[in-house]
Design a protein around this ligand. Structure first.
Ligand SMILES: [Zn+2]
Ligand SMILES: [Zn+2]
Length: 293
């Protein structure tokens, strides 16, 4: 499946887990890679987070011959950046890309985050190994980023230890919100999440915990499907993509939570690795993309 360069907004889930990758037959239908979502606006490739899922995204993009991309980090916890050195387009001398972040501007720059990740003794090489032309950009929560004509990305600080940015991508009359790693303790963050989710075609939301698991864990900055459903109902969003599944959540549990979420919000579904959607006048699920070997 190769999205055409038209006015359509595409969403592809390359990694849907939170915290740490997981493997095993009981997790296969959901997928075990950590956070990475491609949102393609016409021909323009935007990647949200670079968890282990970004490796497969890179293989697919390289095969397709894509040489331009923007990577937006929600924050710099390992599950959202660890895949970066395995993203094939970074090693293509013809490629050029921009890496963006804005969750903790007083603590770390985007360039600093990547340099810290890629240094001995944790990694054998530095970002100088990249062959692509890479720009590192920092922004402030609240900025609206326009990486290309017709694309507007609204940003806001949400509720997570060390900070996290929520994004809303608007293109061609469609809008998708990417709200991962966030709790609901901060009124400011709740208002921001509502603004980003407002009448969105899809809200990709942190549904890490069940209602039973959530009590006592508020300080970790994650949410439940009920909180996601409530946000989507209030925001009049069309779909809730349940995202950042806990590493121990097997396929049967994910399906059970999905069924429960649908009973409260009809547009809810569990994000699974390889799912692809397109949005234009009407949205449709395109099914799983071919898995690159
Ligand atoms: Zn995470
Ligand atoms: Zn996190």
């Amino acid at each position: 499946m190769q999205p055409p360069a038209d006015g359509v907004l595409w969403v592809t889930f390359w990694g849907v887990r939170g915290s740490i990758p997981t493997a095993g037959p009981e997790y296969q239908a959901t997928g075990g890679n950590t956070a990475c979502v491609e949102i393609r606006c016409g021909a323009h490739v935007l990647l949200f987070d670079a968890g282990t899922g970004v490796r497969k995204a890179g293989i697919a993009l390289a095969r397709e011959g894509v040489t331009a991309f923007d990577i937006f980090l929600s924050h710099s916890h390992y599950d959202h950046i660890i895949g970066l050195p395995f993203f094939a387009p970074l090693f293509d001398p013809q490629a050029h890309g921009t890496i963006w972040s804005g969750h903790a501007p007083s603590v770390a720059t985007t360039r600093g985050i990547v340099e810290e990740l890629l240094r001995p003794p944790f990694f054998p090489a530095s970002p100088t190994m990249f062959r692509a032309s890479i720009a590192y950009k920092d922004f402030k929560a609240g900025d609206i980023i326009r990486p290309a004509a017709g694309i507007a990305i609204d940003t806001a600080q949400l509720d997570h230890p060390g900070g996290v940015i929520g994004y809303r991508v608007a293109f061609g009359g469609s809008a998708v919100a990417y709200l991962t790693d966030t709790g609901t303790r901060s009124e400011d963050a709740n208002k921001a999440a509502l603004r980003l989710a407002d009448r969105a075609d899809m809200v990709i939301y942190d549904c890490m915990y069940t209602e039973e698991e959530a009590p006592g864990r508020a300080e970790f900055g994650h949410s439940t499907w009920k909180q996601g459903a409530e946000l989507c109902r209030t925001a009049k969003a069309k779909r809730l993509a349940m995202f950042h599944h806990a590493p121990d959540r097997d396929d049967a549990e994910v399906s059970a939570l999905e069924t429960a979420a649908r009973s409260e919000f009809a547009g809810a579904f569990a994000a699974r690795e390889g799912m692809q959607f397109s949005f234009s006048a009407k949205d449709e699920l395109l099914g799983a993309v071919a898995s690159p070997s």
